[in-house]
Write a protein that binds this ligand. Structure first.
Ligand code: TD3
Ligand code: ZN
Length: 306
């Protein structure tokens, strides 16, 4: 069943857990995420970026996701991640997405409000929920943001932003970033800021850049020839603390990419005679599925499907 992020996140907020949003890029990622959700009896958000739409095409992505959703007994959403403008948001909504993110984080406050409101005005009459971003994460987003250009979310701006846009969910910048290199020194998130944001608004809260970059997966990839030296992610305890402070959606992409690359590199190395794509991509799918299942238990969304 396809539902909206608003429905999933409202239940998550009320019951102190978070729903994972996992990015798809091909058949194997769709299978990994939806099979994990079914096995963990967890709701799940299937996230698609503009670059995935360019890569695979909406006409392939949507039937593939809908087939997976039809076979599942747990609630799922089809969500546009980091939508760049009203055009891509409306295109996805018209094609059957149940949730969109409009990322106006590179704009100034007034421009972000007006862009976000234009998407809300298009989405809400069609029953689609909307996520926006206030503040700006550094790292490799749809557009790469230099660390010096990152801005943490101003708690005092949240209430006005939410009231003037009517947005359902808000991505907050509290020290995470996209990609595999999140921290040069010890990982540190600004939990006081998150507490303050929660105090000032009851908008649904989203944590981007939340991958854990597990050492065992990085080490396995490196063992088979990858060069991911200083990769560092968000510790599991920090994710759980963020959820206890009100985060109800947690975005994960990098950890699936790392699991994919570690598994495929291993097979290429230990089975040099294999040239059947299914014997390479099958184990890679299983590795990604294990990661997704672990996240669902970490976020507390397992066993939460009605
Ligand atoms: O929005 N996303 C996924 C797409 C960004 C490109 O990776 C995230 O916030 C996930 O962040 P992470 O920590 O997996 O890179
Ligand atoms: Zn993101």
């Amino acid at each position: 069943m396809l539902v909206t992020n608003k429905e999933l996140q409202s239940d998550a907020t009320a019951n102190g857990y978070a729903v994972g949003a996992f990015n798809i890029s091909n058949l194997e990622t769709v299978l990994a995420i939806t099979e994990a959700a079914e096995e963990e009896k967890s709701p799940v958000i299937i996230a698609v970026t503009g670059s995935t739409i360019k890569y695979a095409g909406l006409d392939f992505i949507i039937p593939m996701v809908k087939t997976a959703v039809k076979k599942a007994s747990v609630p799922m959403t089809l969500h546009l991640d980091h939508g760049a403008d009203l055009e891509i948001c409306s295109k996805c909504i018209n094609a059957g997405f149940t949730s969109v993110m409009i990322d106006g984080s590179h704009l100034n406050f007034e421009e972000n409000i007006s862009l976000t409101k234009s998407v809300v005005d298009f989405a809400h009459p069609k029953g689609v929920s909307v996520e926006a971003e206030l503040g700006r994460l550094s790292g490799v987003e749809e557009t790469t943001v230099e660390e010096k250009d990152a801005i943490l979310t101003d708690p005092d701006a949240v209430k006005e932003f939410v009231e003037r846009t009517g947005v359902d969910a808000l991505a907050v910048a509290i020290g995470t970033s996209h990609g595999a290199y999140k921290f040069k020194a010890e990982p540190k998130l600004d939990f006081e800021r998150l507490k303050d944001i929660r105090k000032k608004s009851d908008v649904l809260l989203v944590l981007h850049g939340a991958s854990g970059v597990p050492v065992e997966i990085v080490e396995k990839a490196n063992k088979y020839g990858a060069e991911l030296g200083k990769a560092k992610g968000v510790p599991n305890e920090a994710i759980q603390k963020a959820i206890s402070l009100g985060i109800s959606k947690v975005n994960i992409d990098t950890d699936l990419r790392l699991a994919f690359v570690a598994a495929t590199r291993e097979i290429f190395t230990i089975s040099p005679k294999v040239f059947d794509p299914r014997k390479i991509l099958g184990p890679a799918k299983e590795a990604m599925k294990e990661v997704v299942k672990g996240k669902m238990r970490l976020f507390g969304s397992n066993l939460k499907a009605p």
